[in-house]
Design a binder for this molecule. Structure first.
Ligand code: PMV
Length: 341
């Protein structure tokens, strides 16, 4: 059986040559058509492909260096992380796939530029930045495909966080997941914007990992999901190429609602949406009725992300005064944080 550990071991040299320190940055990403269900739990292999939009300067910065104290240390947003926390345990397990038996105590500093109030998970940018930093720290020279496959083992959606702009994660068919990797779509869409609407940013009760599993195991609607999600992914790629905003927005919103409908049908129901999420969806429908191009997408939580074109920013701000606005293709969003492999 192939495991995350055995897959990563197979990509590495026998002995690691470490630098003094290494840093990396990876942006957060929002799926326009979602990943929700796995064909392989250990390797995070999805039942369907997905396509995402990266959030420019909102993401994770990670720095790795040798530990001065002789034991591992982890800091998140400048604060020491308790070794027994789940965050710490998962991160060191991932680092252990690289270190194997070598005694290399490390100090890892990770910083999220995503405002907590944005209600966004940071595991995608976190594992992407960690993978890039490990690649540099151990001078591995891994290819983009290898890096994407390895980031996926930390968190599925992390395989899409290695690039700016639109990214396509192809589900792949290989048992070891070597073809379940993402690649960047070279399409720029300068006027496309995204607004993050916070409904409730307290930590979710059920992780994506457990939520996906439960939905696949118990929702009678699940069999329809991967088929439609695969079609939505293709439709979105066409909409991106044609810069067809209506096609992009309607498909992204329908895909998100289909994912939530599939979760709601799980037994017991898995409900991330809150009353205020539905109120916000109504507002967005009203904006459209008033001639404003606005479409929503929602991940495994109650918060909304609104897709809109730059010309409509004032109308979106008026309807959602606290929203955080991002222009993912603005020159400062993509050039100041050039991603290096
Ligand atoms: O990568 P994970 O395990 O955090 O799952 C991500 C799940 C969604 O955000 C809901 C969808 C997606 O494709 O990003």
């Amino acid at each position: 059986m192939i495991t995350a550990a055995s897959y990563i071991h197979a990509q590495l040299p026998h002995t690691l040559q470490a630098q003094e320190s290494a840093t990396a940055y990876a942006p957060a990403n929002i799926a326009l058509s979602k990943y929700w269900g796995k064909r392989d739990k250990a390797l995070n292999l999805p039942d369907n492909s997905s396509v995402s939009l990266s959030l420019g300067q909102l993401g994770t910065h990670t720095r790795i260096e040798f530990s001065q104290t002789g034991s591992d240390a982890l800091y998140l947003n400048h604060e020491a992380v308790a070794p027994e926390s789940q965050f710490s345990q998962q991160l060191w397990q991932f680092v252990g796939y690289f270190r194997r038996q070598q005694a290399l105590p490390l100090c890892i500093n990770t910083y999220n530029s995503i405002p907590t109030a944005a209600g966004l998970a940071s595991s995608a940018s976190g594992y992407a930045a960690l993978t890039l930093a490990l690649n540099r720290f151990f001078q591995l020279n891994l290819s983009e495909a290898q890096l994407s496959a390895i980031a996926r083992l930390g968190s599925g959606s992390a395989c899409r966080s290695l690039w700016h702009g639109f990214v396509h994660w192809q589900k792949g068919v290989a048992a070891d997941g070597s073809d379940s990797i993402a690649h960047v779509l070279e399409n720029h869409w300068e006027t496309l914007c995204i607004a993050l609407v916070d409904i409730d940013f307290s930590e979710k009760a059920i992780s994506s990992r457990n939520g996906m599993l439960h939905t696949k195991q118990t929702s009678p609607l699940y069999p329809a999901w991967p088929m439609q999600a695969e079609k939505d992914c293709q439709t979105l790629i066409e909409a991106i190429k044609a810069k067809d905003f209506e096609q992009l927005g309607t498909t992204a919103e329908a895909n998100a609602l289909l994912m939530h409908a599939t979760m709601l049908a799980a037994r017991p129901a898995l409900r991330y949406l809150q009353a205020q999420s539905l109120v916000a969806l109504d507002k967005i429908a009203q904006l459209r009725a008033d001639g404003v191009g606005a479409y929503a997408t929602i991940d495994a939580g109650p918060n909304l992300k609104i897709l809109y074109l730059a010309q409509d920013k004032a109308s979106i701000s008026q309807a959602f005064p606290n929203a955080i606005h991002i222009a993912p293709f603005a020159p400062d969003a993509v050039t100041t944080q050039a991603i290096q492999y």
